[in-house]
Design a protein around this ligand. Structure first.
Ligand code: NAG
Ligand code: NAG
Ligand code: NAG
Ligand code: NAG
Length: 854
C-alpha cells in the first residue's frame, strides 16, 4: 500500500490532525462539552470513538461510531437538545415531541451536539451568464463617451511604462491588468501603483484563499506560497492542489492577491505577500470541516479570502451553522494574536434574481467585509447584489472585460475572472498592503479604514444617503469603491479604535398580522442614553436586527429599519423567486449604514407584504442589537461566543406599539435606485397623480404586550392618530419616532410633520437590577434555569419549529454543474441596475436554470 502523500509532511512538522473522515461507514457527532470534561472519558462512557478537537474551538470535539451503531447515543443527544431548547426557548409541551426517555447520566457533560452531515454547501461567486451574449475576447470598446483625450491616454501609457520600469515589473500581462493601472478608462483602477512606489508590496502579510484549491506549482504563485497555512479539506492533506477539472477559481483569486513579480503572467495587488490555500469547495463537507477551515492557522494567516457562499438564486436564505459561527467569532477574538482574523466575503452575484446580500448569513455578518463589484468603466454590473450590509465595492468583470490573473498550470494566465468572486480578493490585497505597514490593526480598524477611504461613485443616481458622520452610503455601492492608495495612507497614521461594545434590546413581541399591499406594519423601540452608558457603548458601528416572522410566501416580505436620525436601512427586499412558505426564523439582518450614529432614540422596523395575494403572515417578534466602540476600554470584555440559544428568551418580552401605515408607494424594491423613502432627510416631490399621496393614515390599533410575570412594566397610553400633511408624500415613513425627533428630521429641511406615536413604552426586563449592573449578564448567554411558566405565555407561539439555520430549497444544490468561468465575456457590461428580465433571452448554464425554476 502506498503511503499517503501527506505522511512525510506530518512527520516533518509533527503536526497531527484528526483522522480523515469516512462518512460511508461512520456517523460523526460534533459535541461541545463542559470545560472540565475530558473527552476521552466521555467517549468511554458513551462507547464511541474520540476523533479529536474541532479546529481551534475550545471544548468542541468530534466523536464517531460505526454507522447506525449508536442510535441510542444519537437519540439521547437529540433529546438533550430538545430539552434545552424547551427550557430556554420557553416552548410549551405541545410544541416539542414528548421526551422519549430519561436523558442518561452519561450525557451530563454535553453542552451542545450536532450530528455531522456532508453537504455541498457553497457556490463560487462566478456570475451567471447574462442575457445578452457577446462572445469572444474583446477589448474595452470605449463606446461610452470617454472624457479622456488622446493626449491623456498617451500620457497614461507613458506613465504605465515608467512605473513598470521603476518597479522592474517584467510580467508579460502586467499591462493588461487594467485593475492595477487602467490606461483606457483613466482612474478606473485600484490606484495601487503609488503604494508600490513607496515600497509597500505586502511583505510580512499572509492571506489565505478558502476555495477550490491553489496551484502551488504555478510559477506565478510558488514563491509566495505559504504551505504551513494551507490545507486540503476535500482530499485531506497538506497540499491544496486543484484536482477537479474546474478547480481553478481559488488559484485565480490567489493570483489577484499575491501573484509573484517575475516573468510569468501578471502581478498580485500585494506581490511580496504570502498566500495560503485552503480547499473546501470541491466536495461536500461538514460543518466541523468548515469551522476548522475558517480558523486554519489563524495566528499566521491574517486575512481569509472567501469568494463563495450559499446559492445566489434569489430564493436561498442561509446562514452558517453554529459551529461555523463560533469559528468566525473565535477568529475575530483569538486569531492574529487577538487582533482578529480579517474575513473578506464576495457580496454575491444574484442581483438579476432579486437576490440581496442580507439573505446570506456570511455576507451579512458583522465580522466580514462584504465586497460588491463594479466594471472596468466604474458601472454597476448586472450581477452584483445590493444590501445594507455591503461595505465597499471594487473592480471586476463587465464592460466587455474581466480581471486578468494567474491560472492553474505552471505558466497559465486567465483573462476572464469575474463576478464578485474577483472583487473580494482585490480588497484582500489592499488589506494585505495595509497590514504590512500596520500589522497592529484590529479587524474593526480595517472596517473603519474601508469606510474612511472608500470613494462614492455615481453619487447622483438616487441611491445615496448622507450619514450622520458626513459619509455617504448606497445599498448598491456600500461606502463606495476602495482605493488602495487612500487606504494604505490612512492606515499608516490610523489611531486604533477602542474595543467593541454592544447593546442587545430585549425581545420585542409584536404578534400582529402584516397588512398586505402598500401598508406597512411598524414597531419601535426606544434606546436611551442610560442604556448605552450601561452597555459602555459610545458610538455605533454595525446594527443588527434579529426577527421572527411567519409567512406563507417569504419573497413577498420586505423590511426597513429606521434609525433615530431618520436614516433608512433596507434590511430585506422583495424576492420574486422566493416562494418559500416560511417567514424569517430568528434571522439576523445587518446594516453598516448607521455607522457613527449615537443610537439614542427610537428605532423602528417597518415590515411590508407588498403583494396582495393569498399569502400572508404575522410579525412575531424582533430584537435590536447595536454594536460599536466602547466608552471605557478598560472595563470592556469580549462578547460571549454565539450559543444556539443566546438569541432566546432569557429576558422578558416588552414594548411594542405596532402601527399600520398606509403608504403610497409599492414596497417592491427589486433593486436600486432606492425608493424615495430612502431619503426622509431630503425633500422629495410627491408623486403628482395619486390622490392619496398626501395623506398618511395611521390606522391600526396598537398591541402592547406586557409580560405577566414581571410586574415592573409600564405601558404608556396608546394613541391612534390620523393626520394629513400636505407636504409629506405618503411614502415618507412615519418612523414611529418621537415628534421631537421627527421635527428635527424634517424641520431641518423645511418640512413640517405632525406626528405622534403612542408608544407603549414599557420595556422592562426581568432582573432589571442586574441589567443595570451589567446588561450582558441579564440579556444573554447565561445558562438559564427553568423559565417561569407565566413568562412563557407570550412566547409560546413563537417556536414550534426546530431550527439552527434557515432551510433553503435544495440543500444539495450542485455548485458546479455547468458553471464555467469561460463564459465571462458574455456579460453585459452596460447595465447600471440589476436586470429584472431574467425570463427573456436565451441563456445557458444550469446554475441559472436552477435558480429560476421554482
Ligand atoms: C491615487 O494615488 C495617488 C498616488 O499615487 C494619489 O496622489 C491620489 O490621490 C490617489 N487617488 C485618489 C482618488 O485618492
Ligand atoms: C520583509 O520583512 C522582513 C522582516 O519581516 C525583512 O527581514 C525583509 O528584509 C523584508 N523584505 C523586503 C523585501 O522588504
Ligand atoms: C391569511 O389569510 C387567511 C385566508 O385569507 C386568513 O384566514 C388568515 O387569518 C390570514 N392570516 C394572517 C396571519 O393574516
Ligand atoms: C449630502 O451631502 C452632499 C455632499 O456630500 C451634499 O451635496 C448634498 O446636498 C447632501 N444631501 C442632503 C440631502 O443633505
Amino acid at each position: 500500500m502506498l503511503l499517503p502523500a501527506w505522511l512525510p509532511w506530518v512527520l516533518l512538522t509533527g503536526r497531527a490532525w484528526a483522522n480523515p473522515r469516512d462518512y460511508d461507514n461512520n456517523d460523526y457527532f460534533a459535541i461541545q462539552l463542559h470545560p472540565s470534561a475530558v473527552p476521552q472519558d466521555v467517549a468511554r462512557r458513551l462507547n464511541v470513538q474520540y476523533e479529536g478537537r474541532i479546529g481551534e474551538l475550545s471544548h468542541h470535539y468530534t466523536f464517531s461510531c460505526p454507522r447506525d451503531s449508536c442510535r441510542d447515543v444519537e437519540e439521547s443527544l437529540q433529546e438533550l437538545q430538545w430539552r434545552k431548547k424547551r427550557r430556554r426557548r420557553s416552548l410549551n409541551g405541545r410544541d416539542v415531541p414528548a421526551i422519549r426517555r430519561q436523558i442518561t447520566h452519561d450525557l451530563r457533560d454535553v453542552v451542545w451536539s450536532e450530528k455531522q452531515q456532508l453537504r455541498q454547501r457553497h457556490v463560487k461567486r462566478i456570475p451567471p451568464p447574462s442575457v445578452q451574449l457577446a462572445r469572444g475576447p474583446q477589448v474595452a470598446d470605449g463606446s461610452k463617451p470617454d472624457p479622456a483625450t488622446d493626449l491623456d491616454l498617451q500620457d497614461a501609457i507613458q506613465r504605465l511604462d515608467t512605473i513598470a520600469q521603476t518597479l522592474d515589473i517584467k510580467d508579460p500581462i502586467f499591462k493588461e491588468q487594467w485593475h492595477l493601472f487602467n490606461s483606457v478608462q483613466l482612474g478606473h483602477d485600484m490606484n495601487v501603483t503609488g503604494v508600490w512606489l513607496e515600497g509597500i508590496t505586502g511583505n510580512g502579510t499572509i492571506s489565505a484563499v478558502i476555495d477550490d484549491g491553489l496551484d502551488s506549482n504555478s510559477n506565478d504563485l510558488k514563491d509566495n506560497f505559504y504551505a504551513e497555512g494551507s490545507w486540503d479539506f476535500n482530499d485531506p492533506g497538506p497540499e491544496p492542489l486543484p484536482r477537479l477539472f474546474d478547480d481553478k477559481h481559488g488559484t485565480r483569486c490567489a493570483g489577484e492577491i499575491a501573484a509573484v513579480k517575475n516573468d510569468v503572467c501578471g502581478v498580485g495587488m500585494a506581490y511580496d505577500s504570502k498566500i495560503a490555500g485552503i480547499r473546501i469547495l470541491s466536495k461536500p463537507i461538514s460543518d466541523e470541516d468548515e469551522a476548522t477551515a475558517i480558523n486554519y492557522h489563524f495566528q499566521e494567516n491574517d486575512i481569509y479570502s472567501c469568494s463563495w457562499g450559499p446559492p445566489d438564486d434569489g430564493q436561498t436564505m442561509e446562514a452558517p451553522g453554529l459551529l461555523i459561527q463560533q469559528a468566525i467569532v473565535n477568529g475575530i477574538q483569538n486569531g492574529r494574536s487577538g487582533l482578529g482574523s480579517v474575513f473578506v466575503f464576495a457580496a454575491g452575484n444574484g442581483a438579476s434574481f432579486d437576490d440581496n446580500c442580507n439573505f446570506d448569513g456570511y455576507t451579512n455578518s458583522i465580522y466580514s467585509i462584504t465586497v460588491g463589484g463594479i466594471d472596468r468603466a466604474g458601472n454597476h454590473p448586472y450581477y452584483s447584489e445590493s444590501c445594507s450590509a455591503q461595505l465597499v465595492v471594487t473592480y471586476s468583470s463587465g464592460h466587455n472585460d474581466a480581471i486578468h490573473t494567474t491560472d492553474v498550470g505552471s505558466n497559465q494566465c486567465y483573462n476572464g475572472h469575474g463576478g464578485t468572486s474577483a472583487a473580494g480578493p482585490l480588497v484582500v490585497g489592499v488589506v494585505a498592503l495595509a497590514l504590512s505597514v500596520r500589522p497592529d490593526l484590529t479587524w474593526r480598524d480595517v472596517q473603519y479604514l474601508c469606510i474612511e477611504t472608500a470613494i462614492p461613485i455615481h453619487e447622483d443616481d438616487g441611491s445615496w444617503d448622507n450619514t450622520t458622520i458626513g459619509k455617504r452610503f448606497s445599498h448598491m455601492y456600500g461606502y463606495g469603491k476602495i482605493d488602495a492608495y487612500r487606504f494604505v495612507e490612512a492606515a499608516r497614521s490610523w489611531e486604533l479604535v477602542k474595543p467593541q461594545a454592544w447593546f442587545h434590546s430585549p425581545w420585542l413581541s409584536v404578534q400582529h398580522k402584516i397588512p398586505e399591499g402598500d401598508q406597512g406594519l411598524t414597531a419601535s423601540f426606544e434606546v436611551t442614553e442610560e442604556m448605552l452608558n450601561t452597555a459602555n457603548l459610545e458610538k455605533l458601528e454595525h446594527v443588527t436586527v434579529t426577527m421572527n416572522i411567519e409567512h406563507t410566501r417569504r419573497g413577498d416580505l420586505s423590511v426597513d429599519l429606521i434609525s433615530p436620525s431618520g436614516l433608512v436601512s433596507h434590511l430585506a427586499t422583495n424576492r420574486a423567486h422566493d416562494a418559500e412558505p416560511a417567514g424569517y426564523d430568528d434571522w439576523t439582518f445587518m446594516s453598516v449604514l448607521h455607522w457613527g450614529e449615537s443610537g439614542i432614540g427610537d428605532w423602528t422596523v417597518v415590515v411590508k407584504d407588498s403583494n396582495q395575494n393569498e399569502f400572508n403572515g404575522t410579525f412575531i417578534d424582533w430584537r435590536l442589537n447595536l454594536w460599536g466602540n466602547s466608552i471605557n476600554a478598560q472595563i470592556q470584555s469580549l462578547h460571549p461566543m454565539p450559543d444556539e440559544h443566546d438569541d432566546d428568551h432569557e429576558t422578558a418580552s416588552a414594548v411594542v406599539s405596532t402601527t399600520s401605515v398606509e403608504a403610497g408607494v409599492p414596497a417592491t424594491a427589486t433593486g436600486p435606485p432606492a425608493k424615495p423613502s430612502d431619503h426622509p432627510d431630503r425633500p422629495t416631490k410627491p408623486k403628482p397623480t395619486d390622490p392619496t399621496d398626501s395623506v398618511v393614515t395611521v390606522t391600526a390599533t396598537n398591541t402592547v404586550s406586557v409580560p405577566i410575570a414581571t410586574a415592573t412594566a409600564t405601558a404608556a397610553p396608546e394613541e391612534t392618530h390620523t393626520y394629513s400633511d400636505s407636504f409629506l408624500p405618503s411614502f415618507f415613513p412615519t418612523f414611529g419616532v418621537s415628534k421631537r425627533t421627527q421635527i428635527w428630521i424634517y424641520g431641518s429641511i423645511g418640512l413640517i410633520v405632525v406626528f405622534c406615536v403612542g408608544l407603549g413604552a414599557y420595556f422592562l426586563v426581568q432582573r432589571r437590577k442586574r441589567l443595570r449592573n451589567n446588561p450582558r449578564d441579564a440579556y444573554e448567554f447565561e445558562m438559564v434555569g427553568d423559565v417561569d411558566e407565566d413568562e412563557q405565555q407570550g412566547l409560546t407561539s413563537r417556536k414550534g419549529r426546530g431550527k439552527g439555520r434557515a432551510k433553503r430549497g435544495g440543500e444539495l444544490y450542485d455548485a458546479f454543474a455547468g458553471e464555467s468561468d469561460d463564459d465571462l465575456y458574455s456579460e453585459d457590461g452596460y447595465q447600471d441596475t440589476p436586470s429584472n428580465d431574467t425570463g427573456s433571452g436565451s441563456r445557458s448554464g444550469s446554475s441559472e436554470d436552477k435558480a429560476t425554476e421554482k
